[in-house]
Structure formats: C-alpha cells, structure tokens
Design a protein around this ligand. Structure first.
Ligand code: GTP
Ligand code: MG
Length: 450
C-alpha cells in the first residue's frame, strides 16, 4: 500500500492566494517545522495550537514582519505531521522573504497539493475527502460548495464503505464455495448469492445516481447554441444570461467568434456558448467562425438547435443534425413564436419560445435541467463527486454484471474473480487501491499551499 513511503522532508508554501491581502499565511509541514519556527522567531516554541504574536526575523536578526504563529505538533494537524503556520502581512514581497527564510532554515518548496497528499498518506483523510478539499476551493456555486463540504466531512466515503462491506461478505461466501468444491454447485445454486448480488447492484445504482448529481454540480455542463444564421441564437444567449453579451442584428452572419457566458441554473453551473450561424460561406472570417462553432459542438454536453419558427425546420437543419456527434443530446428550440403565432410550450420534444419577448424561457430552463438529469430539489443528501469516481462506480457495476453472468453459468472461479475486481474498482474511490501514478495526477491538480 501507500503508507510505506511516508515523506521525511519538510515542505513550505504560501497558503494564501497570490496578491495583496490583509493577512498572508505560510504553512510548513514536516519534522523540521519546529526548528524552523524557532529559527524564524528566535524564541522557544509557543504552546501547541494557540496563537502567539511574534516578530519574524532574518539571519541577521533584523525584523521581516510582525505576525502570529501557530504550532500544531503531530499527529493533531492537517497533514498529520508537525505543522507550523506563520501569519504575516499579506504582501507578496514580505511573504516571499518569509518563505525564503523558511527554505534557508531547511524546508523545501511544496508541490501543488502536497499538504493534502501528506494528509492522505498519513490517514487524516481518504482520497475522496482529499479531492473534496480542492473541490471546495474551486466550487462555482453555493450548492457545489455545500456538496464539497459534505464530501469533505466523509459523506461520500460513508456511502461507499457499506458497499465495500457487502462485497466482502459476498466474496467470503463465494470463496467458501471454492474451498469446499463438493458443495460448490449447491452453494452457487443457492438463491442467497443471487439475492445479495442484486442488493449490492441496487445500492451501487443509487450511489451512482447521487454521484452523477454531484459531478454535475462540480463541473457544470457545456451547452452550445447552434443553428442557421439569424435564427436568434445570440438573442437566446442574451435572454438566458440576462445581459446583452452578444451582438444581435438582423444581418445573417452577425456572430463569428464564440461568445461565452457562465450562468447558474438553480445551482447547476451552465457554460453557454453562442456560435456563428451554420451555412456555406465564402467569407474567410465567417468560415473560421463556423469552423469554431463545430469545434465547440464537438466538446458540448448538450446542444440547443435554434430554429426560426417563421421558416420552420427544413433541409438545412437536417444537414446540421446529420453532422452532430451521435452521442450528443440535442434540444430543438423553435424561436420567434411572437412572429409565427405558434403557442408557447413543449410539443413533441420541441420547445416553442420567443427569445425577444422572453416567452417560455422557464420551460427551456426546465428542459435543460431534465435533459442532464439535474434534480435541484434533491440537493440534500448530495455530495461532491468527480469523473474519476463515476468511472470507478461504472467499472464496479460492469464487474458485478459479469459476476451475475458467471453466477448463472455456475463458474465459481470467474465469479470470485469478478467480485474481487468489483471491490478493487470501488476501493479506488477512497484510495484503498490506488496507484502512485493516479495519486500524482490527483494532487498535482491542486493549488500550491493546499
Ligand atoms: N420577433 C422576434 N425576433 C427575434 C427573436 N429572436 C431573434 N429575433 C431577431 O432575429 C434577428 C437575428 O437575431 P440574432 O439573435 O442575431 O440571430 P443569430 O442566430 O445570433 O444570428 P447570427 O449571429 O447571424 O447567426 C434579430 O433582428 C433579432 O432581433 C424573437 O424571438 N422574436
Ligand atoms: Mg448571433
């Protein structure tokens, strides 16, 4: 496992955001942290976990700053190691001087996420909690922050744990069948394994649904507005963003660049992209705009295909639909109903709106949430999850499915193996089974000082 290479060097970093601020914090973790603290204050260690005022001094004992020191002896600290915090004035130059002094006294610069990585390696946090630290910092909405806080408090891990236990119990049962081959057939015929397997699959399914909601809240969705020139794409973007973000004119081909807006749909972060109208064009600028539009579509989670309802949907739209990636969900939005006279509402999977009159936009918002499976009211038990977690849950589900097949074919060895693989995939979430390579990737995405 991981704990056999616990670090022995001491790391330091500026923990507060770059720039000027009232207070700036330097964090030091590792065995030399107490000596560095004594070196930087020229005094004995302060009492543990109590703020003390001190002068920070350089090698010639000249003052660098006047601040607070905090001393957290291991293991009752963030990283589980000896930790020191220096709270000085938040100027970039003074913080650099303080950090340089820490390095001169024996610390080395921390890599991004290294404090949290050490907390994980020392068992202060599991992996899902460690990731929640970064997600809390990055949270783009109040809902996302609350979900990240729940994951940090261990809510996600607490829901993974019983599943893990269920799998252990199942494995014990099946391994027993393997150890006593005479009773093998009987055990596998026994409905109990099938029943337990089904229960485990059900719990996994419920957990996956919650995790999907969490991931939506963390990453949001990329929604691209596409369609023919003049269909009202930019008008729709402006209406959804509630500001005049994109230029609107009655000249077809107005928009060339991608216009990006970020909005929150009752807590769901929505990255809107307005694009150039899709048509054959000989204008090189417009051609480039159309190329970018397709590029944005390739990366979208959802496309709003805007149709001018006074013209209706025709061959040009059909050509666009044919070129859309097959995996991509598309919402058909009929615009300009104030001109076409069509009633507002949703009919046959099409939404009838007026971007100009802001008519039926609430229905559009509802449909977007429905399409991506966002259940805004059920935020309560939600926790933050990442793509990595969803992948792990999906792999677990696949192995359980395989296990089911082997159960029906009475191939006990293969059943046991699939259960083992399922448990391994599930264990990746909290870091029970995790490669160093994966850890490196997870923690390097953190900011320095975290
Ligand atoms: N009456 C009415 N006019 C609309 C509506 N939506 C857009 N328009 C008008 O249609 C024209 C084109 O609107 P835009 O939003 O610029 O259309 P677009 O799809 O972004 O066009 P390009 O950027 O050229 O591809 C403008 O004159 C708008 O005022 C609507 O719901 N009702
Ligand atoms: Mg436009």
């Amino acid at each position: 496992m991981l704990l056999d290479h616990a670090p022995t060097d001491t790391i330091a970093a500026i923990a507060t955001a770059p720039g000027k601020g009232g207070v700036g914090i330097i964090r030091i973790s590792g065995p030399q942290a107490p000596q560095i603290l004594q070196g930087i204050t020229g005094k004995a260690l302060p009492p543990a976990r109590q703020a003390r005022r001190a002068w920070f001094i350089d090698a010639q004992r000249a003052p660098l700053d006047d601040g607070l020191v905090l001393w957290f002896p291991a293991p009752a600290s963030y990283t589980g190691e000896d930790v020191v915090e220096l709270q000085g004035h938040g100027g970039p130059v003074v913080l650099d001087l303080l950090l340089a002094r820490c390095l001169a006294l024996g610390a080395r610069m921390a890599r991004p996420g290294e404090f949290t990585e050490r907390a994980f390696l020392n068992g202060q946090l599991d992996l899902a909690q460690a990731e929640a630290v970064a997600d809390l910092i990055e949270a783009g909405s109040a809902q996302a922050a609350r979900c990240a806080a729940r994951s940090l408090a261990g809510e996600f891990s607490r829901r993974v744990e019983p599943l893990f236990e269920q799998l252990t119990a199942l494995r014990v049962y099946v391994e027993a069948a393997l150890d006593f081959p005479d009773e093998d057939v009987e055990l596998l015929h026994h409905g109990a394994i099938g029943e337990r397997l089904r229960q485990t699959q059900d719990s996994l399914h419920a957990l996956t649904r919650s995790a999907q909601q969490g991931k939506l809240l963390q990453e949001g969705i990329h929604l691209v507005i596409a369609g023919l020139p003049n269909a009202g794409k930019s008008s729709l973007l402006n209406a959804l963003a509630q500001r005049e973000a994109a230029i609107v004119t009655d000249i077809p081909g107005t928009t060339r660049d991608l216009v990006r807006e970020w909005i929150s749909l009752e807590g769901l972060p929505l990255h809107l992209v307005d694009t150039a109208g899709l048509r054959e064009s000989s204008d090189p600028i417009e051609q480039e705009g159309i190329r970018r539009a397709w590029q944005a579509i390739e990366q979208a989670d959802l496309v709003l295909l805007v149709i001018d309802d006074t013209l209706g949907e025709g061959a040009a739209e059909a050509a666009i639909r044919a070129r859309l990636p097959a995996r991509l969900p598309v919402l058909s939005v009929h615009n300009k109903i104030d001109l076409s006279g069509q009633p507002a509402g949703v009919r046959e999977e099409r939404i009838y709106v007026s971007a100009k009159q802001h008519d039926s936009l609430h229905l559009l918002r509802e449909r977007i949430k429905q399409q991506v499976g966002y259940e805004q009211c059920s935020n309560e038990g939600l926790f933050m999850a990442r793509r990595r977690h969803l992948n792990a849950l999906a792999h677990t589900a696949q192995h359980l499915q395989q296990a089911n097949t082997h159960l029906h074919q009475h191939t006990a060895e293969l059943l046991a193996e699939e259960l083992r693989l399922a448990q391994e995939a599930l264990g990746e979430i909290t870091g029970r089974f995790t490669s160093d390579d994966l850890l490196g990737r997870i923690f390097s995405s953190f900011c320095i000082g975290k």
